[in-house]
Design a protein around this ligand. Sequence first.
Ligand code: ADP
Ligand code: MG
Length: 242
Amino acid sequence: RKRCIRISTGSKQLDAALNGGFQTMSLNEVYGEFRCGKTQLAHTMAVIAQLPKEMGGAEGKVAYIDTEGTFRPERIMEIAERFGVDPDQACENIAYARAQNTEMQTELLDGLAANFATNEYRLLVIDSVMSLYRTDYVGRGELSERQQVLGQFLRRATQMAEEFNLVVLMTNQVMSDPGASALFAGVDGRKPAGGHILAHASTTRLLLRKGRGEERVAKIVDSPDCPEREATYIITTGGIND
Ligand code: ADP
Ligand code: MG
């Protein structure tokens, strides 16, 4: 039987709030406004996942599906330096793919099954999970079809997380369109995209927001084993930190 592993976020406070970090065999969703650090968290965890377990890692490789074109190898190298690992090696351990539309996003996920079958991978990043669905399916008329296709994608991701012992880290946007947001019940007035289908698929949901000055705040809004609580973190050259 596979054993569940936790991967650190880079912030001790946030790790403590999450009982040690994000868990393998589950979908984890991080949502919040632009610039709150979702992509920086994805980069940070892409390095930490490779580290030894004593350092909060899982000694694993990483798959990274980028839907917004915001992946930066230079950031991976800077974060690698913080943890004292070889920057080039850190980049080589990340299987990177850019998705241009939802069809590609699904194809890339299916294609990664071959990588995951090696049992070397412990983290799959999808940054961001909803952006392409929101551009490929426009308007209310296409919403039910979108949700159906999204549901298939999320079921596949869940299945892979369990079969291959992966942390799936999905970032998500908050909705600004009042018509769309009225359709779905939100949390704290900030409504993640994806509706009930995504809400139910995500085992752990984290809401990120800007705090005072450079500070950022993460709130656990949904977790199978943590109470609803907040943690602060900062974004540094070395990634997410306290
Ligand atoms: P999101 O994906 O949530 O829109 P990002 O993860 O891209 O947001 O975070 C953007 C923030 O990260 C910006 O406030 C930016 O200043 C900060 N940031 C990016 N690179 C660095 C760095 N090297 N050092 C410190 N902060 C950085
Ligand atoms: Mg981003």
